[in-house]
Ligand binder design. Structure first.
Ligand code: GLU
Length: 616
């Protein structure tokens, strides 16, 4: 079968699956026999590649992918499977996602050809003052860690339950109760703890120990659950059952809402903790008034393909889109690896400079989205790139007023990047060709550290995505009710009106660079999608140094340093891992053949599954 749908005209195309096998990813056995939902928990093997038809799903977690696959097998559509899998990720990836957080959901409807998105971002409480991140005791901003992250003050009104509800109502076939059922069973029967879960727990041990409710759930007996043990979360199962029975009204009102408000305003801490845990501002009215919003996607034309992304309040679509428009002016396919990566890094820095200056919640800020995504503006930015030499960073933003002179720039803005590498992402395609790309988060790995007592889930710290110190000129300044700027980038590529590739990633502001690098790896450099996604990564977010994975530094460090780039190994205070992102993607061939890919290694490897696998 010829399932080559090279979305770039490659000089000598290789069959996609064959190319993936050649890179060491096995096709055979991609779909393990499906265990009944109530079966015993068992060790799950990652499966980074699956090729076939009838629907596909890719997530970071085998349990979540199997939940989604089962929904597809039973005739559910992509939205049903996405919500069911997201709820399962709330069980198995509770430090990255869950009902205490928010996210962005992109949907393609095969029947109408319409792409729409849901903005399920958390909001700032109405009572949140502009100086909420300034310590009243010192008059200085709180340190990002530990004060700001581990606090009530960073907790935004959660958007995830409203996102699930809206997505199902608008496009799904299952009720919320039906979609939550497999995850509820999973929470009750438990899952086998792997290295990633244990190490993420240990990375957070100090702050989890600060909250008795969190310690009781995630540090049973005073230690992180052992690798190979079964982790159950009956409290979360009960909370899902509550939502199944009474709908999301039982989350945005009633007793659970009051408990969230109490946990934020009066966090209960262990007397032994040294962490200050500043209280926050969430009130019942914030929860009652929360709305997930349907938004138009962003769209750019990239080498004849239509690339759809997430509009503000996320900076994902505008920044990926602007960088693609800049890169379109260069022949990336004809370059050496180092030349290509130099241009990728420079285009990303230019787009990030504009992101910092211009993107925020559109309900509060006039975002010049049309200019940011225009080819004319990209031409002005592209001409700044020196093909032989890295520009000094941080770069200033461009002149975003419509009639700016080519190649002019304002003064540089420092945009300190405090976003982190947590979150989770999933991709689904169903038998009818509907597509979902969904990224959901509680911000840091472990969120605010606050488990709502007895409810089995962590509250987010998403408000740390705001700029900490208030400045009227900053589009990402704190304002009551506002959504903090995100980097989440669910992305759909279409060719001649048909979807050919969906992808997304976690990783804070490196989400943008991961999506951009994977797209150019695939479209311009002709890598098969599995290879494009697995390739070593680097992120240039308009900072003095380029953040890069060790394998990237090893492979390209000397060549890029010759251009003047300074590479620094990734890794952060909350994670022992030096990985950037944990992406998922599905490529759709012209004959409907689906190639689902997940990370082969990052975060322990993900799980790509198809309904009807092609055997090789
Ligand atoms: N808060 C981040 C954002 O929305 C996502 C968190 C992460 O991926 O670490 O951009």
């Amino acid at each position: 079968m010829d399932h080559r749908r090279s979305i770039r005209r490659r000089p000598s195309p290789r069959p996609l699956a064959a190319a993936l096998v050649a890179t060491g990813l096995a096709v055979a056995g991609a779909v393990p026999a499906l265990a009944p939902a109530a079966a015993d928990p068992r060790q799950q093997e990652p499966s980074p590649l699956a090729v076939g038809t009838g629907g596909a799903i890719s997530t970071v977690d085998p349990e979540a992918s199997r939940v989604g696959l089962e929904v597809l097998r039973r005739g559910g559509n992509a939205v049903d499977a996405a919500v069911a899998a997201a709820a399962a990720l709330g069980v198995t990836e509770p430090y990255s996602a869950g009902i205490g957080g928010g996210g962005y959901f992109l949907h393609y409807d095969a029947e109408t050809g319409v792409v729409e998105t849901i903005d399920g971002r958390e909001t700032a409480p109405q009572a949140m003052p502009h100086d909420a991140f300034v310590d009243p005791a010192t008059g200085e901003p709180y340190n990002f860690t530990p004060e700001l992250v581990t606090s009530g003050v960073s907790v935004g009104t959660p958007g995830t339950p409203a996102t699930w509800d809206l997505a199902l109502e608008r496009w799904g076939t299952l009720s919320l109760a039906e979609a939550l059922r497999p995850a509820t069973q999973l929470a009750r029967r438990g899952f086998v703890v792997d290295e990633t879960f244990r190490s993420q727990t240990l990375d957070n041990a100090e702050r989890f120990a600060a909250f008795p409710a969190t310690a009781e759930l995630f540090l049973p007996g005073g230690d992180a659950p052992a690798v190979g043990s079964v982790f159950r979360n009956r409290d979360l199962a009960d909370t899902y059952s509550l939502l199944a029975k009474h709908g999301v009204e039982a989350f945005y009102g009633g007793r659970l809402a009051q408990e969230m408000v109490d946990a934020v305003q009066h966090p209960v801490t262990d007397p032994a903790t040294d962490l200050p845990v500043p209280p926050g501002y969430l009130e019942l009215e914030d929860l009652a008034g929360y709305e997930a919003l349907v938004r138009e996607p962003t769209r750019v034309d990239y080498r004849g393909l239509d690339v759809y992304g997430m509009a503000p309040s996320s900076s994902g679509g505008s920044t990926v889109g602007e960088a693609l428009n800049i890169l379109e002016r260069f022949d990336l396919a004809g370059m050496s690896d180092a030349e290509y990566l130099h241009h990728y890094l420079e285009a990303s820095a230019l787009a990030f400079a504009d992101r910092g200056a211009a993107v925020g919640d559109p309900a509060y800020v006039d975002v010049p989205l049309k200019t940011l995504l225009s080819d004319e503006y990209a031409a002005e930015r592209a001409c700044l790139i020196d093909p032989a030499k890295a520009l000094p960073k941080p770069l200033p933003p461009g002149d975003l007023t419509a009639d700016g002179e080519p190649c002019t720039a304002a003064a540089p803005v420092e945009d300190p990047d405090t976003e982190n590498v947590s979150t989770t992402n999933l991709t689904v395609v169903d038998a009818s060709g509907d597509v979902v790309e969904y990224t959901l988060t509680i911000e840091q790995t472990g969120g605010s550290g606050i488990v709502v007592p007895g409810r089995g889930f962590l509250l987010n710290n998403e408000l740390t995505d705001f700029t900490a110190v208030w400045d009227e000129a900053d589009p990402n300044r704190i304002e009551p009710g506002k959504r903090p700027r995100s980097s989440i980038s669910p992305t759909l590529v279409m060719q001649d009106g048909a979807p050919v590739l969906a992808l997304g990633s976690p990783g804070g502001s490196t989400i943008i660079t991961t999506v951009l690098q994977t797209l150019t790896n695939r479209i311009d450099r002709g890598m098969p999608i599995g290879e494009a996604l697995a390739a070593p990564r680097a992120a240039q977010r308009n900072t003095a140094t380029v953040t890069a994975e060790p394998a990237f530094i090893e492979a390209y460090g000397p060549a890029l340093e010759a251009y003047g780039h300074t590479l620094e190994a990734s890794g952060d205070a909350f994670s022992s891992a030096a990985e950037i992102g944990a992406a998922t993607a599905i490529e759709i061939g012209p004959d409907g053949l689906l190639t689902a890919v997940a990370e082969p290694q990052r975060r322990g490897g993900g799980a790509a599954l198809v309904v009807d696998p092609v055997r090789h």
